[in-house]
Design a protein around this ligand. Structure first.
Ligand SMILES: NC(=O)c1ccc[n+]([C@@H]2O[C@H](COP(=O)([O-])OP(=O)(O)OC[C@H]3O[C@@H](n4cnc5c(N)ncnc54)[C@H](OP(=O)(O)O)[C@@H]3O)[C@@H](O)[C@H]2O)c1
Length: 285
């Protein structure tokens, strides 16, 4: 165990940030969590919750006081709108004496990520996870309501990663030596099709789940109906219809960095079985 350090986690109420928080706490570190709304944020006991907004970098000044490490996201609003304030955030972090920074790569160009990479006064690590296992939560309503998953490109292979493992890699990089200047692609331990994932969910839920393959046009219509903007839909079609090699190649980053094997989708499914077996409120109304 390394000495206790205090780390500021941004995006702390989000899918990955929550896991960064949990993994830091599990390693005995002190966590300060940034949120735009401290009154409503729910975070584990012992976490110091601070209010601030990454689009207004000077609001981070009190939050940065006394921290040795900083976990950053690259977006500042709905649909992951890229942050324009990266250089100022880094300037403030340097002034506060932050020594280690992790950045959750957003898949596209980022002023914040550029500023981090250009900063030789901190040990920075860029976290480049592939598809999150948590994306399967989008299937929850369909499974609960009708026992169906409706997806396009069902044969695509994905090395999807447990978000807890992204958190674990971040926690190590933020608190231990040897991870500065690194870009870590982070994957799960196996390649799975959509059908493989549905089968594993069905097994842990103890019920049948039908996989209905959508055409690209049907998928676009489904995502539009769910309110996704066209650029996000275009991104999903490209990512799922033409998954880049990095998204379908297993690498051993999790085990190398954390010393523990990457968690499987079967483990993830077991952890979330309750959500997928909840009673459909519409059926019982
Ligand atoms: N889904 C995937 O398969 C996948 C794969 C690889 C990479 N990624 C990348 O992962 C990122 C998404 O991570 P996630 O799913 O963990 O996000 P998320 O669950 O949507 O969480 C969003 C977080 O961002 C915080 N936030 C948003 N705007 C903010 C602002 N202006 N100031 C301060 N905090 C702000 C929110 O905090 P409050 O609301 O509490 O303020 C919240 O904690 C994206 O960059 C995406 O490209 C996703």
């Amino acid at each position: 165990m390394t000495q206790t350090q205090k780390i500021l986690v941004t995006g702390a109420t989000g899918t990955v940030g929550r896991q960064v928080v949990a993994e830091l706490l599990a390693r005995g570190h002190a966590v300060r969590a940034l949120t735009r709304d401290a009154a409503t944020a729910t975070l584990p006991a012992g976490v110091e919750v601070v209010q601030g907004d990454l689009t207004e970098p000077d609001s981070l000044i009190p939050a940065l006081e006394g921290v040795t490490g900083l976990h950053l996201i690259t977006f500042g609003g709905p649909y992951f709108a890229p942050l324009e304030t990266g250089p100022r955030i880094l300037e403030l972090a340097r002034a506060a004496g932050v020594r280690r920074v992790t950045v959750l790569h957003g898949g596209g160009p980022s002023l914040l990520e550029d500023a981090v990479r250009a900063d030789d006064s901190v040990d920075w690590t860029v976290l480049m996870p592939v598809e999150f296992m948590a994306n399967a939560l989008e299937w929850m309503d369909g499974i609960v309501a009708s026992g169906e998953v409706r997806e396009p490109f069902v044969s695509r292979l994905s090395a999807m990663v447990h978000e807890g493992d992204i958190g674990a890699v971040a926690a190590v990089a933020l608190t231990e030596e040897g991870h500065g200047g690194q870009e870590y692609v982070i994957t799960g331990p196996e390649l799975l099709t959509v059908g493989d994932k549905v089968a594993k969910l069905a097994a842990v839920c103890g019920r049948e789940i039908a996989l209905v393959e959508l055409t690209e046009e049907q998928a676009v219509a489904q995502w539009r109906a769910a309110g996704h903007p066209d650029d996000v839909i275009g991104f999903l079609i490209e990512a799922y219809g033409n998954t880049p090699e990095v998204g379908r190649t297993v690498v051993d980053t999790v085990e190398k960095v954390t010393g523990s094997p990457a968690r499987t989708f079967g483990q993830w499914a077991a952890e979330h079985a309750d959500a997928f077996t909840a009673t459909d409120p519409a059926a019982t109304a």
